[in-house]
Structures are given as C-alpha cells and as structure tokens.
Design a protein around this ligand. Structure first.
Ligand code: FMN
Ligand code: SF4
Length: 460
C-alpha cells in the first residue's frame, strides 16, 4: 500500500510515529542482530548505569500509561513495589490478549520480541526483580516459538542469566542475576485479568482475587509483583534511550507518547498503525485508505469490545485517554473495530455478549447469571421473537452487572449493551416490529482473500 494523501496539511509520515513497529518489514525483524542494528539494548545499557529509583522517576516523568486497557501510569505502578522487604519481587508481563478486536501485542511479539525483553530487563532493574514471567496466550504457537528463541538469544548475549555472567558480559558491577520464564496459558479471556493471571501462573484455576491485597504487596507467590501489558513494557526502552522530552513531544500532556492502533473490520487496509496518542479515527482512516470501497462507517469500538461503542459522530474524537473518556467511552486497548452500514448492531452485540457469557469465570452472580440472560434476550431479539419490554430488561440486567461484579469482565460485558441501546435503540425496535433482522448477514462479511497490512506500507 502506498500512502500519498495529505491530512490537514501534514504528510501521513508526520502523523505516524513508528517506534515499536519501525522495522517490522525488515527481514528477520525478530532476530537479535536486526534489533541491535536499530539501537536495540541501548536503553538497557543506559538504565543499568542508573540507580533503579532514577529509572522509575524517568518513566514516571515521561508519563507512560499502561497500554493494557486502564491507562494506569507505569512508573507509579513500579514505585508501589516495597523496597528492602527481603522478599523476591516479580515482573509479570500480560501477553494474554484475548479481548475481541484487540490484536496489537501478538503482532508486536511476533515481529519485535526483543523490545519486550529489553523493556523487561529495564523494569526488573527498576523494581529490583531477579525473575520475570511472560504469560502468553497459548494458542499462538508461532509467537511462543519466537519468544523462546528471543529469550535464548538474550541469555546467550549475557543480558539474562547469572549475576556473574551478566556482570562480565555487560560490564556493570553489582548486577544481579535475571531469569525470564515464558509461560503459555491455556486460552481463557479471564486469565488476562491480572489477578486471575497470577492464579493461573501459580497453577490454579484462573479466577480473579479479592483486593486488597494488591499485586504490588502480595502478587505472585504472595510476593510484591508488577503486572504490565506487553506494549507498556516494550515502550520503555525507547524512553530510556531517547529521553522523556522526546516521548512527551508526542501526544498530549496527560496522554503522552506513541502507541499502536489496531484498525480492523470493514476498513480498506486493516493493520497496526503506530502514531501519537490523540490522533483521530478520521485521520487514521484517511491515511489508511478509509472504509471498504462504497461503504460508510456506522459504529466502532475505540478499544476492543469492552469499550462502549461510538458512531460516525465521533470520528474527530482525539484517541487518547481523556478524549475518548469525554466522548463516553474508553481508549482501552486502541482496538479500532470499524463496522459499516451493512452490519446489524443487534447481531454484533449478540456475538460479543455470547463471548462474555462463555468467558465469564462464574465466580460472581451478577456476571455469571447476567451474561447468560443477556444472551437469551439478545438471541430472541435477533430472531425477531423479542418484545418491546425486553429492551428495558436488557438495560436493567446490564445495570445489575455494571459496577456490581467482582472484576472488570462484567463491566466490559455491559458496555456494548448500554452503548448500542443509546445509539441504536431504533434498530432493536425494528427487529421487534419487523419480526426479524432487516440486514443481510452475507453483505456484512469482511472479504477473506485480501492481504492484510500489518503496518503502514507493509502487507503480511
Ligand atoms: C477480563 C479481563 C481481561 C484482560 N485481559 C488483558 C490482556 O489480555 N492483556 C493485558 O495487558 N491486560 C488485560 N487486562 C487488564 C489487566 O487486568 C491489567 O490491568 C493490565 O495487564 C495492566 O497492565 P498495564 O498497566 O501495563 O496496562 C484484562 C482485564 C480484564 C478484566
Ligand atoms: S465479573 Fe465475571 S469474570 Fe469477573 S469474577 Fe465475576 S463472574 Fe468471574
């Protein structure tokens, strides 16, 4: 794909900010030798020469916010780890990525696994950890293999391993040993929730834990633990290498930096687009070729299926934490799933709700029972067997789940219900008055035989 269009007087290159994805299109982008040709492990060298607290302060001042969904400041999370407590500290990287629409960490790990490993080494130095874990969604075997190989390369280079070997290879006195364990999860969405993930990593059934205590106090094996998203940690080396001012030169005051936006659905060129926070969906669509030919945007999710739907009225909302929040949704994982006018919103919401009902871990009643009943009502509505009072019942059940569940999976399940009723109530009513779905599902299918761009200008 060649991009030539100017957007608001800027070239697309100026609007994009490829950092993590800068060399995904190069041969063997995943190999250590390629990473080293692109300033790989420079950030680590700078960090290891610094006091751990100074590293935390730098990441805090840079303003990096967690890319796993909630946008919690990364440096602040690291600072919560108690020091001098005599306990082991752990870093756990959340690579579960199972939310419908969310698809950034897996391509990142596939194309550039060393950015994560370098970030982990820096984070472990900062929180004084000697053992880190990557909890990967187990289905993605090719990524698992790449990760194993990248970790092996990092051991071979002496970035990981015993204290003696690291000191010798990296030339840093007093460096402790560091191990990374790659763990393949068994494929449950709830295991992306950080405390369920910790239970699963410990060998138990993955269900969320009661908080407090928070993982920073009693996480993995009841020891202080930082759980961070893949993209959060992979963003750290560039901050160390290029500085906080460089990072803050992108994005906004409260949402600084670059990030991966995953464009999917009825768009001409789905893929990963790495740009500054605060870019708009209109800009991303204009530079990527827009919606599929002859069609227009109807609704979209800013950050995966758990974030309330937005419509074509929201094309100019800045895609940062504050901008999307002010529009009544959440930036989440920046998974921009775009649906055109051929899509039945009732059908889309039913499919998502079936996912939540299936993935509900069953620990708490509002989510376990509520998601089940939402599915029953939605299936009836989709089949034209619903009644007008069912719409209020849907909203009522969603209200009983939202904020009343044990973990955020429940809130996520309520989001598509509330937002679709807010913007598309008439479409629900049409299913009732017309006795069925007015849309032809065949027309809404995304073509399957086109190449997919993984990064602007790169087809995979
Ligand atoms: C049901 C559920 C699934 C989640 N899945 C993921 C996931 O796959 N990856 C992720 O990083 N965070 C996921 N989260 C958020 C994590 O609980 C946690 O907030 C995140 O890993 C923190 O990382 P960050 O501070 O770097 O954003 C999920 C949360 C919930 C409630
Ligand atoms: S909200 Fe759902 S997934 Fe979370 S604890 Fe309750 S039942 Fe389990």
């Amino acid at each position: 794909m060649t991009v030539t269009t100017e957007i608001n007087g800027h070239s697309p290159e100026k609007l994009l900010a490829p950092v993590l994805s800068a060399f995904w299109d190069q041969p063997n982008s995943w190999a250590l030798r390629t990473y080293l040709r692109h300033e790989g492990y420079e950030g680590m060298r700078k960090a290891l020469a610094m006091d751990p607290d100074a590293v935390i302060a730098l990441v805090k001042d840079a303003g990096l916010r967690g890319r796993g969904g909630a946008g919690f400041p990364t440096g602040m999370k690291w600072q919560f780890i108690p020091q001098g407590d005599g306990k082991p500290h752990y870093l756990v990287v959340n690579a579960d990525e199972s939310e419908p629409g969310t698809c950034k960490d897996i391509p990142l790990l596939y194309a550039n696994p060393h950015s994560l490993i370098e970030g982990m080494i820096i984070a472990c130095h900062a929180i004084r950890s000697e053992h880190a874990f990557i909890y990967l969604r187990g289905e993605v075997v090719p990524v698992l293999r790449r990760l194993h190989e990248a970790v092996r390369e990092a051991y071979e280079a002496g970035y990981l391993g015993t204290a003696e070997r690291r000191r010798q290879k990296l030339g840093v006195d007093g460096l402790p040993g560091l191990d990374i364990t790659v763990h393949a999860g068994a494929g449950a969405y709830i295991c992306g929730e950080e405390t369920a993930l910790l239970d699963s990593l410990e060998g138990r059934r993955g269900q969320p834990r009661l908080r407090p205590p928070f993982p920073a106090v009693a996480g993995l094996y009841a020891c202080p633990t930082v759980v961070n998203n893949v993209e959060s940690i992979a963003s750290v080396p560039a901050i160390l290498n290029k500085g906080k001012e460089w990072f803050r030169s992108m994005g906004s005051e409260k949402s600084p930096g670059f990030t991966l936006y995953s464009l999917s659905g009825h768009v001409a060129n789905p893929g990963q687009y790495e740009g500054p926070l605060g870019i708009t969906l209109r800009q991303l669509l204009e530079m990527s070729g827009g919606m599929r030919p002859g069609h227009r945007l109807k609704f979209w999710t800013p950050g995966g299926s758990s974030t309330p739907l937005l419509t074509d009225e929201h094309l100019d909302v800045p895609l940062d934490y504050e901008g999307v929040g002010a529009a009544g949704s959440m930036l989440g994982t920046k998974a921009l799933q775009c649906f055109d006018e051929t899509t039945c919103v009732v059908r889309a919401v039913t499919r998502w709700t079936e996912f939540y009902a299936h993935e509900s871990c069953g620990k708490c009643t509002p989510c376990r029972e509520g998601t089940y009943w939402l599915v029953q009502l939605l299936r009836d509505l989709e089949a034209g067997k619903g009644r007008m009072e069912d719409l209020d019942k849907l909203a009522d059940i969603a209200d009983n789940i939202n904020g009343k569940s044990f973990c955020a999976l429940g809130d996520g399940a309520a989001s598509p219900i509330f937002s679709s009723l807010k913007y598309f109530r008439e479409e629900y009513e049409q299913h009732i008055t017309g006795g069925g779905c007015p849309f032809d599902p065949a027309k809404s299918t995304v073509w399957a035989d086109e190449p997919r761009s993984t990064h602007l200008g790169v087809n995979a």
